[in-house]
Design a protein around this ligand. Structure first.
Ligand SMILES: [Zn+2]
Length: 229
């Protein structure tokens, strides 16, 4: 139970520390899932994570709950947690078919709505600036996966169709596809393609934006297909 009437400074500081610990634990487990150190479908034991991160059960359970909401972790009654299984080839094909139907058109439509402020938002989200940052390869990879999700979501947001946005978000597309393969090529080439999309946005050219988005999604599909061989 929350002590809402005991909000003097010391307890606020404690809560903030607790929040950032929970956030750090979440990021660490997220990075392990994205980099396949925790293999798809494998069991996740709370006690093992408690030992590995040297924290209590609470932040671990919080992190796993959040990851469950993101479709990366499944919880089974009386059995516990496991990493979500890899998406099937059929699901993968369906996902890319859906993306190719919706996202190039959304990119074209978004172009007309972009002012300087929105362009800056997209430039930051595209991850191009942060290209060489960060030494921890796992963290860099998982950060890119999240950044890519934000970039694509922002474009659909600016295209002003909430139904399309909800439909794509509901699939947790980016978390699933980046987990198919852990390889720097996946991010490096995607960043080049993001730059092409941004260039079309900056030029205010909807046709070029549509084309650049189509090329990006088709290339992304082709990069990840070997995961099924
Ligand atoms: Zn992308």
């Amino acid at each position: 139970m929350q002590n809402a009437d005991l909000t003097e400074a010391p307890s606020t500081a404690r809560i903030q520390r607790a929040n950032s610990l929970a956030g750090d634990v979440y990021e660490a487990i997220f990075a392990q899932l994205m980099s396949l150190r925790i293999a798809p479908g494998s069991r996740i034991t709370v006690d093992n994570l408690v030992k590995e991160f040297n924290v209590s059960h609470t932040p671990i359970r919080e992190a796993l709950g959040r990851l469950e909401g993101e479709g990366l972790v499944l919880k089974t009654h009386l059995i516990g947690y496991r990493a979500a299984p890899q998406i099937t080839r059929r699901r993968f094909d369906e996902l890319y078919e859906l993306r190719l139907l919706l996202e190039p058109a959304a990119a074209a439509k978004a172009t007309a709505t972009l002012d300087d402020e929105r362009l800056t938002v997209l430039q930051e989200a595209a991850g191009v600036m942060a290209r060489r940052e960060g030494k921890d390869e796992r963290l860099r990879y998982s950060n890119f996966a999240r950044q890519d999700a934000i970039f694509h979501d922002k474009i659909v947001e600016f295209a002003q169709n909430e139904l399309i946005r909800e439909t794509l978000n509901h699939q947790h597309t980016h978390f699933h596809i980046f987990r198919l393969m852990y390889h720097s090529r996946v991010t490096e080439e995607a960043l080049d393609e993001h730059e092409a999309i941004l260039a079309a946005f900056s030029a205010g050219d909807p046709d070029a934006a549509e084309k650049a988005m189509r090329v990006h999604i088709e290339n992304s599909r082709d990069r990840l297909l070997p995961a099924f061989e």
